[in-house]
Ligand binder design. Structure first.
Ligand code: ATP
Ligand code: MG
Length: 448
């Protein structure tokens, strides 16, 4: 992509309305544009990141046996009357009346819709287990939308819903999603820690929030330090085998958010030197809730003995749009964003320091073609901005590698390369610089 043809209206100044760094940087780097309170347009740079995040979430859901569908954003209120949640949900639900005076709503979540799909199409235990997910926009009329996409009103969520014949099977499905979530966040360069969450009136121990540590997180969290070094399940994990060991490893040490923190237990279980108190961002939440929706909505399958069985259900959410902000909270410096390769909007920024100079243009065109041929995603700054402005824009938007080409270097057959995460630029022969950048990008595409 040539920058001159792209659409990236970066801002020089930090917008006053943005309180936290990720919101500031997303606005400055022209990733998003606010349209109304908590409602954003995604500009090209931001959309590319959102699609990368979505892609990783999708790959890991598929790996763990979930099947993608797409449910509507607009739902019928009648479905929610069946589950009893239409009245209970409260003001976060955006309620709409259509021209026939029928109540509809913009979905804040989709348990009802998916249970209706299941109820109308699955008859036998032989079709279980099933885990259906979608990546779809949600709307919650949050009382205080803030921090940009971190707490929006309209936001993109991956939500999966599982149906199992027995509690035991449901536990295995829960464990698969648990392991899939660990991989999902690690692949974005994030250290997530699953923390026991409140299961509300349903009880039980099967609810975890996946938390990223960050100073600007909305919840206070307490955990055993060693959890920060725990290994995530590798890509060749047998997701259909026994995953209880993975869950055991990650849940045997203390980790809790302020909602259910138990100070005495924390002090008892965790040696003082290992106690971490920090702030965290919730990027995912998995939940087993049994037959709450299947029973209320009359979803049943025929069991092995011919008797009708009400399936056990769970739901599993990932904050896809929130993750764009969370990754920036975890990876930035004074100059801007530092994208991990797997979620970067482009992998390499090619900077032409003298656009219009025949030799420099020629060298850049050649590098651009070679990067493209190697399958590397490159943003080519072919504009006639000053060098200083080009450097600060590249640092701001945070592409993992920069290839810098100026007239003097071209004369000497040299190019400068810079890893955004490192500090120094390095001068190399053009071919060597190109190969080094390609190799670095390729080696970092898969982080877990
Ligand atoms: P929170 O406690 O942050 O309000 P929640 O418990 O209401 O979240 P869930 O219903 O579990 O959220 O939704 C699944 C995921 O969707 C959350 O883990 C979070 O990452 C994301 N999410 C929830 N609300 C928002 C929002 N208003 N804006 C952006 N992402 C959100
Ligand atoms: Mg939650």
């Amino acid at each position: 992509m040539h920058l001159s043809r792209f659409f990236m209206p970066v801002l020089r100044d930090t917008p006053k309305e943005a309180e936290i760094i990720s919101h500031q940087l997303m606005l400055r780097a022209a990733m998003i544009k606010q349209s109304a309170a908590g409602i954003y347009s995604w500009l090209p740079l931001g959309l590319r990141v959102l699609k990368k995040i979505e892609g990783i979430v999708r790959e890991e859901q598929n790996r763990a046996g979930a099947v993608e569908i797409l449910m509507p954003t607009i739902q019928s209120a009648d479905l929610w009357r069946e589950s009893g949640r239409y009245e209970a949900y409260g003001k976060e639900m955006l309620r709409i009346v259509d021209r026939h005076e029928r109540d509809i709503l913009y979905g804040p979540t989709a348990e009802e819709v998916v249970t209706a799909i299941f109820r109308d199409s699955v008859r036998s235990y032989k079709d279980l287990p099933k885990n259906l997910y979608n990546i779809q926009w949600k709307f919650r009329d949050e009382i205080r939308p803030r921090f940009g996409v971190m707490r929006g009103r309209e936001f993109l969520m991956k939500d999966a819903y599982s149906f199992d014949l027995t509690k035991e099977d449901a536990r295995a499905t829960y464990q698969r999603m648990f392991a899939a979530y660990l991989r999902t966040f690690a692949r974005m360069g994030l250290k997530s820690v699953p923390m026991k969450a409140d299961t509300g009136p349903i009880g039980g121990d099967l609810s975890h929030e996946f938390i990223i540590l960050a100073e600007t997180g909305e919840s206070e969290v307490f955990l055993h330090k060693d959890l920060l070094d725990e290994r995530v399940p590798p890509a060749d994990t047998d997701f259909f085998g026994d995953l209880s060991g993975v869950v055991e490893n990650w849940t045997s040490r203390y980790a809790a958010t302020d909602e259910i923190h138990d100070a005495a237990k924390f002090e008892n279980e965790v040696p003082e030197a290992k106690r971490v108190t920090a702030r965290g961002i919730e990027v995912g939440h998995i939940f087993y809730f049994g037959t709450k929706y299947s029973a209320a909505m009359g979803a049943k399958v025929q069991g092995p003995d011919g008797q009708l069985v009400t399936p056990e259900m769970g739901s599993y959410g990932v904050g896809v749009s929130r993750l764009a902000g969370a990754i920036i909270e975890a990876s930035h410096d004074e100059a801007g964003i530092i994208w991990p390769v797997p979620v970067a909007p482009f992998e390499v920024g090619l900077v032409n320091l003298r656009a219009g100079d025949a030799a420099t243009d020629g060298a850049c065109a050649d590098l651009y073609n070679k990067l493209q041929a190697a399958g590397v995603e490159v943003l080519y700054d072919d504009t006639d901005e000053r060098a200083g402005a080009k450097f600060s824009t590249m640092d701001l938007i945070g592409l993992p590698y920069q290839l810098i080409v100026g007239p003097k270097g071209v004369k000497n057959g040299e190019v400068e390369i810079k890893a955004r995460a490192g500090a120094e630029r390095e001068t190399l022969g053009i071919e060597a610089g190109l190969n080094q950048v390609i190799a670095a990008v390729q080696s970092q595409r898969i982080l877990a």
